[in-house]
Design a protein around this ligand. Structure first.
Ligand SMILES: [Zn+2]
Ligand SMILES: [Zn+2]
Length: 73
């Protein structure tokens, strides 16, 4: 069974903002954050999306959001 290391607290990687290099704060899984989005994401997971889990991150410096695909292990 494969798991997402980010969902399970195993991911030690820090992600930096593309714009300012500041460390991004993780907000959670896209499917947990946006109810409207979840049907779409789950549909995707059944198809070709199996190898990644998309998480949303926030840059406190830019006040911007970034979605990062975490590789499932
Ligand atoms: Zn995840
Ligand atoms: Zn930034």
């Amino acid at each position: 069974m494969s798991i997402c290391p980010q969902c399970n607290g195993l991911n030690m990687t820090n992600y930096d903002c593309h714009f300012c290099g500041n460390e991004l704060k993780e907000l959670g899984r896209i499917s947990d954050l946006f109810d409207d989005y979840s049907a779409y994401v789950e549909y995707d997971l059944d198809e070709s999306y199996k190898s990644t889990c998309t998480h949303s991150f926030f840059c406190p410096n830019c006040k911007g959001y970034e979605n990062i695909d975490i590789e499932i292990i």
